[in-house]
Design a protein around this ligand. Sequence first.
Ligand code: IP8
Length: 266
Amino acid sequence: MSEAKPTILKLGGSVITDKDGELAAKTEVINRIAEEIKRADMDNLVIVHGGGSFGHPTAQKYGIKDGLKEPSQKVGFSETHHVMTVLNGLIMDALVWHEIPSLSITPSTCIMTENGRIKYFDDTVLCSCMKMGFVPVLYGDAVLDEKLGFTVLSGDQLVAHLALKLKAQKIVVGVDTDGLYEADPKVNASAKPYLRLNLEQLKRVQAKISGAQTTDVTGGMAGKIAELIPAVEAGISVQIINATRNLRVLRGLTGERIEGTIIEKA
Ligand code: IP8
């Protein structure tokens, strides 16, 4: 058992899936990341992954985020959760085959939200498995909601919630760009990434990009930053790295200096 403060690793949907495809997992990337996680040999690691081309198109098709409005959506809720378990199975496959003691924790069976925000979280299994040295693996999921019937819980909300609950040391956010950019690097090739941001600067960036278009039902980069702000306020450091590139996850986890954006309170 370890006393080290936890590190939370978020694997974005755009890293582990091809967002232009349908149910298109990037199995080579997933395997390479599993190998890097094994090499990092972390005490007290928690992994959270996003939905990519598994969760988002299905959630969008059935309007799951806005809640239960008609009975025909119910099977869409089941399907959204189900495709997330399929993606999670592929992640677990890679972790287990790399001999990482890990346990999938299904958000929809231990979390309920109220108007989209986490209200109940039974963390008994999560905490026990961490005490035993397992790596818990959670993900954005379709969850039951006290007011809406059901909704979509983003991996980013989960990351920030877990970071605060577990008093994490740091959050490593794996995306498919070299950090957080002044403008969308996929649209503007000369856009530059921020190397370091403090809380006030992060809030200014958040205000600037909050109107941006996104296909993610959970809000893309703007949603990600909004979720991270309370964790940064609590003194938890955040590093946004390009997890599609070799060795970045390993180096992000072990604290080596790499390209990306570091966000700290002051
Ligand atoms: O990709 C959303 O998780 P995210 C999961 O972390 C679903 O926002 C079910 C769309």
